[in-house]
Design a protein around this ligand. Structure first.
Ligand SMILES: [Zn+2]
Length: 380
């Protein structure tokens, strides 16, 4: 065993045990397939394409694999359909926190659109309270299993709808009660974020935080609007910022004005590699812009987007990146600290998470090689 062990790529077990931070994960995109089946049965929902949990899980991934964002979004009709009661929302939120904790996530911001959970008769506040209660329950279950996780909610408004100001007000009302920020989501084509300026201006006046889905299917104009017109704190995806970066044949890199602004201002990019592959925003993990963005020092973070539709997890995302870019635990720590710095909870709490949870967690993993007995050392 030599000191070179330290620089080697981590194996799946270490990736899972490493503390991780998740900023971009959709509640209605992360259900357990078995839960979808059970909720549908309880509620008499008959439109599921499969009633066997494993087959349904495969169906979600295949439907999402079709290469179009619009088709990808269709899969949410089924998950949202079974999330229309307090009990269902509570259960899904609790399981979400449990699953993330089991995957080594120590801090997560999970988003959902309250307006999509009203058809069973719940009001917006009841939706928010059910989800918050579910997250608290999931945190408790994780603790009982010897794990620690903290989950904050982001309230999402839909780009094609006209309720963004109302949802922004809702986010503000619950900001000290489990909701840490606001988001806009939905198909980018035809629905620019500038349609929702009143919501963003309201949040700015309230000193609140928001992220905007931008630069996923659409390119630079969408990112530019989200930052310079709407004032987004973070970019949901933002992966198309790569279109403003030129790499010459000799390796020289030239940033356009927008890319330079994003890097200079440390604008967090909520990158979601597997999701991008499914929607066609990137051709392969190896060719995913995250490799270059990390090299250039952008505030890049790693995220799951929709764990059910992509059949993924934070550990799986990091696994793909480790395989593609030979990332080490130092790289994982860099992405994780980036994400924690970019979270919407107060600065002192972010700092404590970095210094008291994340750095010690990585230090522990990185030090394991020192204590390995000959011939039985950790591999990687
Ligand atoms: Zn998303």
């Amino acid at each position: 065993m030599t000191s070179q062990t330290r620089g080697r790529t981590p194996d799946a077990d270490r990736i899972r045990r490493a503390p991780k931070v998740l900023l971009h994960d959709h509640l209605d995109g992360g259900l357990r397939p078995a839960t979808v089946v059970e909720l549908a049965r309880e509620q008499g929902y008959r439109n599921l394409p499969e009633t066997d949990a494993a087959a349904l899980g495969r169906w979600f991934r295949e439907a999402a694999d079709s290469g179009s964002l619009e088709r990808y979004l269709e899969t949410f009709a089924h998950t949202c359909a079974v999330m229309q009661s307090r009990d269902a929302l509570f259960r899904v939120a609790a399981e979400c926190a449990e699953d993330l904790a089991a995957d080594g996530v120590v801090y997560a911001e999970v988003r959902y659109a309250p307006e999509q959970h009203l058809t069973g008769g719940l009001g917006l506040e009841e939706v928010v309270e059910a989800v918050n209660d579910g997250f608290r329950e999931g945190e408790r279950r994780a603790r009982a299993a010897g794990r620690r996780i903290r989950v904050g909610a982001l309230l999402t408004a839909m780009r094609h709808a006209a309720r963004s100001l109302e949802i922004a007000e809702l986010a503000n009302r619950y900001r000290d009660a489990g909701v840490v920020g606001f988001d806009i989501a939905g198909a980018e084509a035809g629905y620019p974020p500038t349609r929702h300026l009143d919501a963003f201006e309201y949040l700015k006046r309230e000193n609140n935080h928001f992220t905007i889905h931008a630069g996923e299917a659409f390119g630079l104009p969408s990112i530019w609007q989200a930052l310079q017109w709407c004032g987004a704190d973070r970019l949901g995806h933002g992966v198309r910022i790569i279109d403003d970066i030129q790499v010459a044949g000799d390796g020289t890199v030239k940033l356009g004005r927008l890319a330079a602004y994003v890097r200079d201002k440390r604008v967090p990019l909520e990158l979601c590699p597997s999701s991008n592959l499914q929607t066609g925003a990137a051709p392969s993990y190896r060719e995913h812009p995250i490799g270059l963005l990390r090299e250039l020092g952008f505030r890049a973070t790693v995220n799951t987007d929709n764990r059910l539709m992509s059949g993924t997890s934070m550990s799986a995302e990091f696994g793909h990146l480790v395989d593609s870019f030979d990332y080490t635990l130092d790289d994982m720590q860099w992405f994780t600290v980036n994400a924690m710095k970019s979270a919407f909870i107060p600065f002192d709490e972010r700092l404590a998470m970095i210094n008291d949870v994340i750095k010690p967690g990585y230090a522990e993993l990185k030090s394991e090689w020192l204590f390995a007995t000959a011939g039985a050392g950790p591999r990687g």
